[in-house]
Design a protein around this ligand. Structure first.
Ligand code: MN
Length: 245
C-alpha cells in the first residue's frame, strides 16, 4: 500500500488515495449556488455574536462597540432543505435570522480594504440556538457548543454570487413565524461590517475558500415550536423557508 508522503502545509491539506482511509470519509457539506447545478463546498462555519445593537440590548448586554466575538458551528450542522427537526435535550430553541457571507478565498491578516475580494457570495441563514443550553453555558462560563453547534442548527439558503448582487451593506433582514414578523433589522445596522469581520477573523485564523460567516442577528429572537413555519429574507440576497417538525 502506498504511504502518503510529502510536504504538508496548512493551506494545502494532503490528499490521500481513498484506499488509505480506514472508512469512507463523510462527504464534505456544500450549499447549492442559486440558479445553477453547481455547489459551494463548505470548509468552516464562523458566527459572530451580538452584532446588532438592539439584539445586544435584548440579550442584556451593552451595545457599545467592543471587539467582535465569534463562535463556530460545524459544516455538518448546515441544513439545506425545508424541514428543521426540533432538536434533542432542549425546550427553548430560538431563531436567529442572519446574512451569511461565503468566502471564495482566504488568508491571514487580510486588510479591511481587501476583504471584499475574498467574498464569493452571500446567503440567508438561521443560527438556530438551544437558548436554554446556551444560557446554562454562559452562567457556568462554559463553551456554547451544546447551545449552538448541533445537528441542523445552521439552515442556509443557496449562495448568490457577489458577481450578481455586489456586496450588500444595507437592506432589510426579516424573519416571520407563521406569517407574523418576529425579527426585523437592516444590514446597515451591523456593528461590525462584513469587511471588518473578515479582517478581524483573519488575524486569529487562516481563512479558507469555503468558509462561511454568519454575520449576526437583529433583535426579536424567540422560541419556535413544532409546526411553526419560518420565512426569512435578506433584501438583495434571497430568502429561506422552513418548517419546524
Ligand atoms: Mn447568531
Amino acid at each position: 500500500m502506498r504511504r502518503p508522503t510529502g510536504r504538508q502545509t496548512l493551506t494545502t491539506p494532503p490528499r490521500f488515495p481513498m484506499a488509505n482511509y480506514v472508512f469512507e470519509p463523510v462527504p464534505a457539506p456544500s450549499l447549492p449556488i442559486n440558479g445553477t447545478d453547481r455547489l459551494f463546498p463548505v470548509h468552516r462555519v464562523y458566527c459572530v455574536g451580538r452584532n446588532y445593537a438592539a439584539h445586544a440590548i435584548e440579550m442584556g448586554h451593552d451595545p457599545d462597540r467592543e471587539d467582535p466575538f465569534f463562535f463556530a458551528k460545524h459544516p455538518g450542522n448546515l441544513l439545506v432543505g425545508a424541514d428543521f427537526p426540533y432538536p434533542a435535550e432542549t425546550s427553548d430553541v430560538h431563531h436567529e435570522i442572519e446574512m451569511v457571507v461565503a468566502l471564495g478565498s482566504g488568508g491571514t491578516n487580510i486588510a479591511v480594504d481587501n476583504a471584499n475580494d475574498c467574498i464569493f457570495g452571500y446567503a440567508v441563514g438561521l443560527d438556530m440556538t438551544r437558548r436554554d443550553l446556551q444560557a446554562q453555558a454562559k452562567k457556568a462560563g462554559r463553551p456554547w457548543d451544546l447551545g449552538k453547534a448541533f445537528e441542523h442548527s445552521a439552515p442556509c439558503s443557496a449562495v448568490v454570487p457577489a458577481a450578481e448582487i455586489g456586496h450588500p451593506d444595507a437592506g432589510e433582514v426579516l424573519l416571520k413565524v407563521n406569517g407574523v414578523v418576529r425579527q426585523q433589522g437592516d444590514l446597515n445596522q451591523l456593528i461590525w461590517k462584513v469587511p471588518e469581520m473578515i479582517a478581524y477573523l483573519s488575524r486569529y485564523f487562516e481563512l479558507q475558500r469555503g468558509d462561511l460567516i454568519f454575520s449576526g442577528t437583529p433583535a426579536g429572537v424567540g422560541p419556535v415550536q413544532r409546526g411553526d413555519r419560518l420565512e426569512g429574507s435578506v433584501a438583495g440576497v434571497g430568502s429561506l423557508e422552513l418548517s419546524v417538525i
